[in-house]
Ligand binder design. Structure first.
Ligand SMILES: [Zn+2]
Length: 254
């Protein structure tokens, strides 16, 4: 069967003398591995667009009995020129790609996840302010897609609405959400979240636009809180996820 699809390139590796194996997140089939014969030969039309984080249009021969499909065509569908201009953008984009890889079993299409990844990469690429905020947006919405949407509006224990503007010193987190002021004192919570960080998480969860996330100007304390909370949620729900390779690479470069 010949399949035509849009795809985001998750990762690539060299194979033999001139070829490449790539893992793609395709719109039609989900995550697949493809062999691009001769892709590292300078004259090949296959190789140019087959780079991590690129949004491409692909054609491949799909045989269900094999794990590696044969790529026959790969063209750039949409470019994200901003992604490689600085370390913050690269780190955010690579983390989104790596998380998509980590949560996706092979050959299980998920249009929502495809759209989330592609819109996030676009937002990171175009951000004028804080490109990393698009990663927070991605992580929060990714949790929803994989079935663990944390409710940032209601107490996980008594279901009462939680309003960050109501004052107070903040809320406690649980493994799946937040605790309102009445339940926070009961010793159920794990960690603390400031009203400012909670307000941002509510906003990120309720927008469908990662570009708007990059317009928020967040101080480093709030960013640290949000990054920590989201990472704990993800570590709790994504099997096998311990650390992100991209993060250790970028923290050593910084
Ligand atoms: Zn409560």
């Amino acid at each position: 069967m010949i399949v035509k699809s849009e795809a985001i390139v998750l990762r690539t590796m060299k194979y033999r003398e001139t070829s490449r194996i790539a893992t793609l997140y395709t719109k039609e089939i989900g995550k697949i591995s493809v062999l691009a014969k001769g892709a590292r030969d300078g004259r090949s039309r296959l190789g140019g667009a087959l780079q991590p984080m690129n949004h491409v249009g692909v054609l491949f021969y799909m045989k269900e009995t094999r794990d590696l499909q044969l790529l026959t065509q790969c063209d750039l569908a949409r470019s994200f020129p901003g992604l490689t201009t600085d370390l913050d953008r690269m780190a955010a984009a690579m983390a989104a790609v790596e998380l998509t890889d980590a949560v996706s079993p092979p050959e299980e299409p998920n249009r929502q996840l495809f759209e989330l990844l592609s819109s996030t990469l676009d937002a990171v690429s175009r951000a004028t302010n804080q490109p990393g905020n698009a990663l927070y947006y991605f992580e929060l919405h990714l949790l929803g897609i994989i079935g663990f949407r944390p409710d940032m509006r209601h107490c996980a224990n008594c279901r009462k609405p939680v309003d960050p503007r109501a004052g107070g010193s903040g809320v406690h987190m649980t493994a799946n959400g937040i605790l309102g002021p009445e339940c926070s004192g009961k010793g159920l919570g794990l960690e603390f979240l400031s009203p400012a960080a909670l307000a941002v998480l509510q906003r990120l969860q309720e927008t469908a636009d990662p570009v708007s996330a990059t317009h928020l100007v967040l101080n480093s304390r709030v960013r640290g809180e949000i990054a920590g909370v989201l990472r704990r949620f993800l570590l709790g729900h994504v099997e096998g996820l311990r650390t992100l390779r991209s993060e250790s690479v970028f923290s050593s470069l910084r």
